[in-house]
Design a protein around this ligand. Structure first.
Ligand code: AMP
Ligand code: ZN
Ligand code: FE
Ligand code: FE
Length: 278
């Protein structure tokens, strides 16, 4: 009988811009009947050891995960990493630098917002973010608290989305650089939610730079898009992954397990990792 085990390989916690603790996310994974999960916080791995302990108690497999920011031709590129060593020194150095860039970025966003008459305090953004990485959703929450917007999505449409006055890219690094960090830490680099990148033409270049997989299944992909990205992954001989991109109540109506992929995809990630000599 084929295995009915399933996985959700894209989840965020309070260590980035999710609103649930790692413990709570694992509990929700248990309720959703998942066999394996990956917590993929933005530029942060601090949830992994906490989630691993809780998951072990439930018999759930916790796969080390991360979502790294990069830029290519003016586009935001998110690269997921799986199955790396969370304590790898090169990875730790990269995360330290990237977390410092994210703090600088908030100061820059606050400055740019002030130029269009929107006055918020960077320190309040850091307080809202708490421990872990700070990001645009934290800025959005402060904008909401001060009445500049009436919904979080309005922040991304008016103030901090691409082409808006307060926008600052998430990272100046090229995808090749974050792909290298993930591979050197023993992990599998996968392009996140290709639909948000919109530029399929860039993907073949990333593959030359060491990209190994495509997140074909994602809550932002309708069935036609899933078919399209599955086909593209097969064409480019890439691994396929998938997940909900759960953010707690920062993304309403999207539960843990909203996107479930067969466990066979996890096995394929492991096989690729075991076979790849670095
Ligand atoms: P950052 O990594 O700081 O650039 O923030 C990216 C995060 O912002 C994404 O992972 C989402 O959680 C959130 N986000 C991006 N676009 C939107 C949007 N249009 N509406 C709500 N949240 C968004
Ligand atoms: Zn996010
Ligand atoms: Fe993303
Ligand atoms: Fe994400």
């Amino acid at each position: 009988m084929p295995s009915t085990k399933s996985a959700d390989l894209h989840l965020h916690t309070t260590f980035s811009d999710g609103t649930d603790s790692p413990e709570r996310v694992v509990e929700l994974a248990r309720q959703a009947g998942l066999s394996a999960i990956a917590i993929t916080d933005h530029d942060n791995v601090e949830a992994i050891p906490i989630a691993r302990t809780v998951a072990a108690g439930f018999g759930i497999e916790l796969i080390p995960g991360i979502e790294m920011s990069a830029s290519a031709e003016g586009e935001e590129v998110h690269v997921l990493g799986f199955l790396f060593d969370p304590g790898h020194p090169g990875l730790s150095r990269h995360l330290q630098e990237q977390q410092a860039r994210r703090v600088e970025r908030v100061h820059e966003m606050v400055k740019r917002l002030a130029r269009v008459g929107v006055r918020i305090d960077a320190e309040e953004v850091f307080r809202v973010a708490g421990p872990g990485t700070v990001g645009r959703p934290h800025v959005a929450r402060v904008l909401l608290a001060h009445g500049y917007i009436t919904s979080l999505s309005e922040a991304f449409a008016k103030y901090i989305g691409p082409d808006n006055p307060g926008f600052v890219p998430g990272s100046p690094l090229a995808p090749a650089q974050v792909i290298r960090v993930i591979r050197e830490a023993g992990g599998v680099p996968v392009l996140a939610h290709p639909v948000y990148l919109k530029r399929d033409a860039l993907i073949a270049g990333f593959v030359k730079e060491g990209l190994a997989g495509l997140e074909a299944y994602h809550s932002g992909h309708n069935p036609d898009m899933v078919r399209h990205y599955v086909q593209l992954a097969d064409q480019l001989k890439l691994l396929k992954t998938g997940g909900s991109d759960y953010h707690g109540n920062a993304k309403e109506g999207l539960p843990v397990g909203a996107v479930k992929v067969p466990y066979a995809l996890v096995e394929a990630l492991k096989q690729w990792q075991a076979a790849t000599v670095r």
